[in-house]
Design a protein around this ligand. Structure first.
Ligand SMILES: [Zn+2]
Length: 146
């Protein structure tokens, strides 16, 4: 029991300062290799350009089920990130399509409006044309009634 508590407090304890062969402060990195997932280590801060070769593990080796679980969770995380990426790409395609359709709808509404105005004008003209003989028909009826 006390061992568990101790390992939890180790994480918040100040880390000792380590110096590499250059005499520089070594930096703490985290390994994500499947052999040492989440295990921290010190390394020369110049490791990408003139590494002095200094390397020392900070965390004890992770073995058994915790190692399996960390690796499984990491691969699940990667799979979810990939799924998210493809869904984001799909979302971008759908958004673009939605924008195009919205523009088409605006254009179609403008066409409907102009056709409706044209329809009103033509209906008015048709009324004038059809009303004239109708008036004369009415006139004839009126005459017949007399
Ligand atoms: Zn160094």
């Amino acid at each position: 029991m006390s061992g568990e508590l101790k390992s939890i407090t180790t994480f918040s304890e100040p880390q000792p300062v380590m110096h590499c062969e250059h005499g520089l402060c070594a930096e703490l990195y985290t390994s994500w290799e499947t052999d040492n997932p989440g295990r921290r280590f010190w390394r020369c801060q110049m490791w990408q350009r003139g590494d002095c070769g200094f390397f020392q593990w900070f965390d004890p080796e992770i073995v058994g089920r915790p190692k399996e679980l960390i690796n499984r969770l990491r691969s699940q995380k990667k799979a979810l990130e990939n799924r998210l990426k493809s869904q984001e790409a799909e979302h971008r395609v759908i958004s673009t399509r939605a924008c195009e359709l919205e523009q088409k709808l605006i254009d179609a509404n403008a066409k409907i409006k102009s056709l409706s105005i044209m329809n009103d004008v033509l209906t008015e003209k048709l009324k004038v044309v059809t009303d004239e003989p109708a008036k004369s028909d009415n006139h004839m009826l009126e005459l017949e009634e007399e």
